[in-house]
Design a protein around this ligand. Structure first.
Ligand code: NAG
Ligand code: NAG
Ligand code: NAG
Ligand code: NAG
Ligand code: CU
Length: 416
């Protein structure tokens, strides 16, 4: 029963909730109500978040939208720009497995996995990373729009109907080919999610051009290759098409997907794999979980908020559920960026963070936690002066610079 969690949500919402039976609809109605509360607060300039600074105002801020609410032309422009990243050369010679600029994001994230999850910088590191991605798409690939998000609270019961995953040419690809496996083990080994209908190479959508191989990398591109990185870049483009992924997997939750490459220097060209997993989406993208982190008990402090969003030890919550709903490459905490839907999932995480910040101004600019994954190994407490290290993707800037999405230096965006 979640009504006890909703003191901050208006009477209108309660009326709507009471008359709606489906839990899916509840979550959507609640999310819309939260969005209206946030917009009201921002327009009333009640909060620090609303004030912004520099040249950033509500009127000129970028507007990040639900993928479903973007036109087909806008979605195709986004897809075209993502494909463009595959054609740009890698910028970091230290990550020798990265064959192109798409891979650079995977490599930087993989290298820092233990210092950006279950840490004080989790929310801000990922906020800054997806912002850099958005800027790159716009500035180097001519993308006209802004970063879209995947609204988890719709199509939970059939992700293959979601415009993000329906496999059409305006999606980020559909399900994987059938691959017999026994689901995923998540939540520190305590939760088993039965498999969906996929698990193999994504079989439809804009990023399927990975022939001629599917699950086995060609030996001619093996690790000991004497070619230079740029030669390899050209060769992988020629041999395996443009949308091959090259790094990981390191720790996929999906059973039967062998984690072999634990090093950003090891090249592993292959197709991207998915297993749309309703066991994750239906169990976790619920009104109760949404309410808890936005207005419920878990919203009281940044510590509770981020812990509940990521999932206390041994549980599955909103952040994990997005990854495990994708299955395959998206289920790998190190290299989930191999699934292009990663960015839409993390935009939704960031949107929930933004909603929470606007609704909790006294906590919004704080951080909580240490600088190692669940403080293992034990480390110092993180602060807002800690730098967000993006390798060669962009300048390292302090956490405090990205706490406000309307801060103007550099962020200037809202969600609708
Ligand atoms: C599938 O995996 C779960 C969790 O590891 C395990 O409990 C179950 O026995 C497995 N089923 C089969 C058929 O292997
Ligand atoms: C809500 O969050 C609190 C605090 O993080 C947690 O103890 C509680 O179990 C959560 N409630 C539900 C229903 O998940
Ligand atoms: C961080 O948040 C937790 C609750 O999740 C709290 O117990 C702890 O005192 C906080 N730490 C600091 C340094 O604020
Ligand atoms: C990889 O991460 C470590 C630890 O955060 C960092 O010191 C190192 O510079 C990173 N490597 C590259 C090439 O960015
Ligand atoms: Cu991450």
């Amino acid at each position: 029963m979640h009504f006890s969690l909703v003191p901050a949500v208006g009477a209108l919402l309660l009326a709507a909730t009471v008359t709606t039976a489906a839990p899916t609809e509840d979550a959507l109605v609640i999310l819309e109500d939260l969005q209206r509360q946030v917009e009201t607060k921002l327009h009333d300039s009640e909060t620090l978040q609303a004030r912004g600074s520099g040249h950033c105002t509500l009127l000129n801020a970028a507007v990040r939208k639900d993928w479903e609410h973007m036109s087909k032309v806008e979605r195709k422009d986004y897809i075209r720009a993502v494909k463009c990243l595959w054609k740009l050369p890698s910028v970091d010679p230290d990550f020798s497995a990265a064959q192109n600029h798409f891979d650079d994001y995977v490599a930087v994230h993989m290298n820092q996995t233990n210092f950006i999850h279950g840490t004080a910088n989790f929310l801000t590191w990922h906020r800054y990373l997806i912002w850099l991605w958005e800027q790159k798409l716009r500035n180097q690939c001519g993308y006209k729009g802004y970063l879209p998000y995947w609204n988890w609270f719709k199509y939970q019961d059939d992700l293959s109907k979601s415009p993000v995953f329906d496999g059409s040419d305006t999606s980020l690809g559909g399900d994987g080919e059938y691959f017999a496996h026994n689901g995923s083990v998540v939540g520190a080994g305590r939760i088993w999610l039965p498999s969906g209908k996929g698990g193999g190479c994504v079989k439809s959508g804009p990023f399927v051009k990975y022939a001629p191989f599917s699950l086995t990398p060609p030996t001619s591109l093996s690790l000991a290759s004497p070619m230079t990185k740029n030669e390899r870049h050209l060769t992988t483009q020629l041999l395996v098409g443009s949308y091959t992924i090259n790094i990981g997997p390191v720790q996929p939750a999906m059973q039967g997907y062998t984690p072999v490459y634990t090093d950003v220097k090891k090249l592993n060209p292959r197709c991207q794999r998915r297993d749309l997993t309703m066991a994750a989406s239906m169990s976790t993208f619920t009104a109760s979980n949404l309410l808890n982190v936005t207005v419920g008990r878990a919203s009281a402090t940044v510590g509770h908020f981020q812990d509940e969003l990521q999932g206390p030890y041994g549980t599955l919550r909103l952040h994990g559920a997005g990854h495990y709903s994708m299955g395959g490459d998206g289920s790998d905490v190190f290299t989930s960026l191999n699934d292009p839907a990663f960015y839409l999932h993390h935009a939704m995480i960031d949107r929930i963070y933004w909603i929470w910040q606007v609704l909790h101004p006294a906590e919004a600019n704080k951080v909580n936690g240490t600088i190692t994954f669940r403080n293992n190994p034990p480390s110092r407490v993180g602060t807002v002066d800690d730098l967000l290290d993006m390798g060669k993707l962009g300048p390292s800037i302090p956490i405090k610079d990205v706490l406000n999405t309307l801060g103007g230096t550099p962020l200037c965006y809202i969600y609708v």
